[in-house]
Write a protein of this length. Structure first.
Length: 74
């Protein structure tokens, strides 16, 4: 398996573990923690993508990425 793919998988596993642990610490329920821990990373992925696209469009703090390049990247 290529290193970037392995790194992505291990980061995803860590993210799920952290999300479940925090949810359990807050709720005291494994059922709720597992439900939250499975949903939160998925929602976070969508939020991250939208956040990145917004920053590409507004161009604050640096040069703006041309539309063709932005579409090729993400």
């Amino acid at each position: 398996m290529p290193r970037p793919a392995l790194k992505t998988l291990t980061y995803s596993a860590m993210h799920f573990a952290v999300a479940i642990s925090v949810a359990f610490a807050l709720t005291g329920s494994w059922h709720a923690a597992l439900a939250i821990g499975m949903i939160e990373p998925l929602v976070q992925t969508v939020a991250y993508t939208l956040h990145e696209r917004a920053w590409e469009r507004i161009g604050i703090g640096g040069r703006r990425v041309p539309e063709a390049a932005a579409e090729a990247v993400g």
